[in-house]
Ligand binder design. Structure first.
Ligand SMILES: Nc1ncnc2c1ncn2[C@@H]1O[C@H](COP(=O)(O)OP(=O)(O)OP(=O)(O)O)[C@@H](O)[C@H]1O
Ligand SMILES: [Mg+2]
Length: 267
């Protein structure tokens, strides 16, 4: 954390308030394989933090750690003043954190409607699913279809018949059906055409405008820099950069060494 590139973002604004999510020095393993080696971050309501890094650096493992799918062995994750330590994934989902997993993970043989209804069948009976949240977002089936009219047109089609872009919308729509406050998005632009990447960018901006916080894992640097309020760069399980998109755009050594982008390309 003493590297000169580990500056704190210089922007002011909502970052001065108490964070919604605080990840403190987490260490996460798969068996003996030591992946996250002391990762800390904060995320505020209505903000987007992007996690960048090359393949295999631990980005998905960070998402899985927060979601409770691969809990950290040490360190703590606090969401709205409550420690998530030892909490199973469903309890973390009920607390208000939804996941849009890498590769979408929609159910190919279930219809679009059935895919969308899955979280509600798991979570909706719990009034805790949305209690006490002070955000503007209130998602339900109709709201989700209003946001994604293309899904409405395909509502009774099997998920597997959708295009890549539609499957990504379905994955995001399914996450929204849990009415989350925070969304963990793992490479939502993966495999999308440039036009659909722009659409993903618009969706993220709209979600932020509705008060959602997004922890966004991306390999599309341009997309991440265009939507994120803060950027972290992960390398071999540790952050090697934390700053604003503008600061990262100038950090040529980080871009070159950890993201494989030449400085000239960013100008
Ligand atoms: N279930 C698992 N069991 C053992 N090792 C794993 C498992 N999942 C991931 N790993 C290893 O942990 C490391 C980090 O993987 P992770 O999936 O978090 O990387 P990533 O940054 O998301 O990569 P990508 O950009 O390819 O999605 C890699 O070395 C990977 O091989
Ligand atoms: Mg990954």
């Amino acid at each position: 954390m003493s590297s000169p590139t580990m500056s704190s973002p210089t922007m002011s604004s909502p970052t001065m308030s108490k964070p919604l999510l605080t990840v403190s020095d987490i260490h996460t393993y798969y068996g003996d394989s030591y992946v996250l080696q002391g990762v800390s971050l904060t995320l505020h309501k209505g903000q987007i933090a992007a996690i960048l890094g090359r393949n295999g650096m631990g980005k998905t493992t960070l998402i899985r750690s927060v979601a409770g799918l691969t809990p950290p062995r040490t360190g703590d994750i606090v969401y709205r003043d409550i420690s998530l330590r030892g909490k199973p994934p469903y309890a973390i989902a009920q607390a208000g954190i939804a996941i849009v997993p890498q590769g979408r993970r929609i159910f190919r043989s279930l219809s679009v409607r059935e895919n969308l209804m899955l979280p509600t069948s798991v979570l909706a009976r719990s009034s805790r699913a949305s209690n006490g949240r002070q955000t503007g977002q209130r998602w339900d089936f109709d709201e989700v279809l209003k946001e994604f009219p293309q899904l409405a047109e395909r509502i009774d089609h099997p998920g597997g018949s959708l295009s890549g872009g539609e499957q990504q919308m379905l994955s995001i729509g399914r996450a929204l059906m849990a009415n989350p406050e925070m969304i963990l998005m793992d490479e939502p632009s993966e495999g999308l055409s440039p036009r659909l990447v722009l659409q993903a960018q618009e969706i993220m901006r709209r979600l932020r405008a509705r008060g959602h916080a997004i922890l966004l894992v991306e390999q599309n640097l341009e997309l991440a820099l265009s939507v994120a309020d803060e950027v972290y760069v992960l390398s071999s399980g540790r952050f090697v950069f934390h700053g604003t998109p503008a600061e990262l755009a100038k950090a040529t050594q980080v871009l070159d060494q950890h993201l494989g982008v030449s400085g000239a390309k960013m100008i």
